[in-house]
Design a protein around this ligand. Sequence first.
Ligand SMILES: NC(=O)N[C@@H](CC(=O)O)C(=O)O
Ligand SMILES: [Zn+2]
Ligand SMILES: [Zn+2]
Length: 425
Amino acid sequence: MRLLIRKARILDPSQGLDLEGDLLIEEGRIVALDREIPPPSDCEIFEAQRLWALPGLIDLHVHLREPGEEWKEDLETGTTAAAAGGFTAVACMPNTRPPNDSPEVTRYLLSRAREVGRTRVWPVACISKGQEGRELAPFGELKEAGAVALSDDGRPVADSGLMRLALEYAASFDLPVISHAEDPGLSAGGQVNEGPVAARLGLKGIPAEAEAVAIFREVRLAALTGVPVHIAHVSTALSVEILRRAKEEGLPVTAETAPHYFTLTEEAVLEYNTQAKVNPPLRTEVDREAVRQALAEGVIDAVATDHAPHSPLEKEVEFPAAAFGLLGLETAVPLTLNLVREGLLSPLRFAELLSTAPARILKVPGGTLKPGSPADVTLIDPDLPWVVTEEELHSKSKNSPFLGWEMRGRAVLTLVEGEVRWRLR
Ligand SMILES: NC(=O)N[C@@H](CC(=O)O)C(=O)O
Ligand SMILES: [Zn+2]
Ligand SMILES: [Zn+2]
């Protein structure tokens, strides 16, 4: 099958390309990219005027809840939501039941992905057995089974010595390490950002320092070991300053943030709105502004969603009993496009944050439209207005703080290896 995408705005950070042109796809690969490609015989044509064509978006941080919490999400619904959000690949975190700390779980995820996956699935395995922070998981076996990275996401690795060992051991298997940076002593019992909002609600706060202290530890461990560390879900101005300094020192540290941190503030939890309860918590306007600047300046390298589905069982309860986490896959594109519209990001930087950088951080294929590459392509209508409703969302859960929001911009076509995995209406 051949497909010619015509007159799109082609954005490919891997080649520094931002041009209006055509993209020819054949047998699952990109075979040509040019200002104008004469349609070959026997070719389907997709007219893409006013649309953006990007290397398939890659979400390096999602929770698919399989195995063990399939009432919230499963591999099929999670990857369907991903494709609808414009993603061609997702990296799934290991805090499942059981956690992905064994080659059996990794292999199970990959076999489910082959059977029902709508996108590529890159399993992230545990740093520690059972995510208990005591003993390292079997990195070599996990890598052999198909894990692409390591993280105890959902929980921090509290023991700094164990984290150092994890970095050294991970390096010998060339597995990236992703840190859920949280000092558990400082965050213990916390529900929302520490400050006036927490006080007003009568809830225990989580200070910015709980994140900063942990990020500083990872920065120093990267310096000590020379092994790269990737920081998950950066939420504060203080964290941004630590990362800025680390980068100035030339240390091998990368970081992601999520759209909720550059869109919302702690005000979203007023009235005990559990849909906005997330870890790390939504912070202040100063933090939000710092995160936005960090994305523009390159201090934060990538946008990930931290898509964390929960059912009403976990969310429609009193605030302290509610689970942390919110949906992200289907709202990331319009929320990140807001930063383009505000003049903070160029369209090329947008593509970098959501595709090329995640591929580089995870060391997985993708993030490019170079001829010869697999045809993982996302077409976005950057202006399309739509409203977030439960019916629109493909995720099994509906825990989005953006329900009812008017959005602008949406994926209209998602191709994985040239196959249509999502087409808007
Ligand atoms: N971010 C969250 O609030 N929740 C995540 C865990 C995590 O990402 O740390 C979850 O698994 O629900
Ligand atoms: Zn986390
Ligand atoms: Zn997470």
